[in-house]
Design a protein around this ligand. Structure first.
Ligand code: IDP
Ligand code: MG
Length: 144
């Protein structure tokens, strides 16, 4: 990975499992303790259309429909975070996709686990590239 001095923005979602479990504050605490700043924050109940746009890359995969059902099962907290290398940095804070495999110390490793069901419920989403971040910020915060 190349280092960069340009300040980045990343789109973070606290998914319905995290919201239901009252982990919104804990996730935001970790983001701020790391040193990233909050540029936008909102509690939203996502529409199917928003989720289909957000997860377009996964359309057709076996977990796609369960993922959309899960993500529309309740409110989420959407945030835009800012800072140098925050895209890669937040993915590092989040940990591996599957909570069972995510390292202790990470959000998914400390706060997540495998539950019954097809989709991996893993508390947070974070953009995976500058291109994804700008695209996703447009979906969740069209006013930005
Ligand atoms: P990421 O959130 O770590 O970037 P992606 O591969 O982009 O992971 O997948 C999006 C979301 O879809 C994951 O966060 C997880 O909730 C779910 N997911 C991904 N892969 C699987 C799978 O193999 N089985 C069940 N759910 C999955
Ligand atoms: Mg992803």
């Amino acid at each position: 990975m190349t280092d960069t001095n340009t300040s980045e923005r990343s789109l973070v979602l606290i998914k319905p499992d995290g919201f239901r479990r009252g982990l919104t504050g804990e996730v935001i605490r970790r983001i701020e303790a790391k040193g990233y700043t909050l540029a936008a924050l909102a509690i939203v109940t996502p529409t199917r259309e928003q989720l289909a746009a957000h997860y377009a890359e996964h359309e057709g995969k076996p977990f796609y429909e369960p993922l959309l059902d899960f993500m529309s099962s309740g409110p989420v907290t959407a945030a835009v975070i800012e800072g140098q290398e925050c895209i890669r940095g937040f993915r590092s804070l989040a940990g591996a996709t599957k909570p069972t495999d995510a390292a202790p110390g990470t959000i998914r490793g400390d706060l997540g686990r495998k539950w019954a069901g097809t989709v991996d419920e893993n508390i947070v989403h974070g953009s995976d590239s500058p291109e994804s971040a700008e695209r996703e910020i447009g979906i969740w915060f069209p006013e930005l």
